[in-house]
Design a protein around this ligand. Structure first.
Ligand code: ADP
Ligand code: MG
Length: 239
């Protein structure tokens, strides 16, 4: 599903360049449940944004579902972003003046789906998230966990094959963190490749594979195999 080979990324600002990703090689199969951990500034969001085609990389290769993600036209990039990938953010990114249902339905508005049809689909998703009775409430009337579940429903509305979540529980207390992780775990069990960036060990432990980033490189990864956690170093992973 996702194949990275020696991926490099720098940010260039005026006289300064900042080398953020320093040769990331990583293979993620369809249906995997993966988390990315690492200190603040280690390049987690940069990596996730590249995976989500929200940002470009400088060198190396990124294959998504067998296609090299390089020199894409705006139309191609939008295709992958909108059809293949659902993005979830720490700050929910809901539109404050639209109710939950309208927020979830919004991606279908841009695909020219009729209001009636998009509201039916959005309501089904809200129902799956246990939020049916909140459909006509504004984001300001929802708890953090409810807001994030609305955001996940919105990410799911295009039937993506991959969910990318950048600190999805970063703004939540421990109770609502569990609530949101249950939803993500459930989606992964339905076959959606799920990649979560997190600071929280409890969140990472819900996944089957933890990638540890340090200074723009994969330091090691931990895999849950038959209930046992095994650690693999970066060098071993490259063999
Ligand atoms: P993390 O998500 O692990 O905290 P990021 O990927 O957000 O790390 O950032 C990695 C480094 O790149 C940080 O030093 C950050 O300040 C810098 N950075 C992130 N985005 C930009 C940008 N758009 N322009 C310049 N520097 C950036
Ligand atoms: Mg980040």
């Amino acid at each position: 599903m996702i194949d990275l080979k020696q991926l490099h990324k720098s940010y260039y600002t005026e006289a300064i360049s900042l080398h953020v990703l320093k040769g990331i090689s990583l293979h993620i199969d369809s249906g995997e449940y993966v988390s990315v951990m690492g200190a603040s500034g280690s390049g987690k969001s940069t990596l996730l944004n590249i995976l989500g085609i929200l940002d470009t990389y400088d060198s190396g290769e990124y294959y998504l579902d067998g296609t090299l993600m390089k020199n894409l036209s705006e139309k191609q990039a939008a295709h992958y972003r909108n059809e293949m990938i659902g993005f979830v953010f720490q700050s929910f990114n809901l539109i404050g003046f639209k109710n939950a249902l309208e927020n979830v339905a919004l991606p279908l508005y841009y695909k020219n789906v009729s209001r009636k049809k998009r509201n039916i689909i959005a309501m089904e998703l809200l129902d799956k998230m246990g939020l049916k009775e909140w459909a006509y409430h504004m984001p300001s009337e929802l708890s953090g966990g409810q807001k994030q579940r609305v955001a996940i429903a919105r990410a799911m509305i295009s039937n993506p094959r991959i969910i990318l979540a950048d600190e999805p529980t970063g703004a939540l207390d421990s109770q609502t963190t569990v609530e949101v992780m249950d939803v993500l775990t459930h989606l992964n069990k339905q076959g959606i490749t799920t990649i979560i960036v997190t600071h929280e060990k409890s969140v990472a432990d819900a996944t089957n594979r933890i990638i540890h980033l340090k200074d723009g490189m994969i330091e090691y990864e931990t895999r849950k195999e038959n209930g046992v956690h095994n650690t693999y170093t970066y060098a071993a992973q490259n063999l």
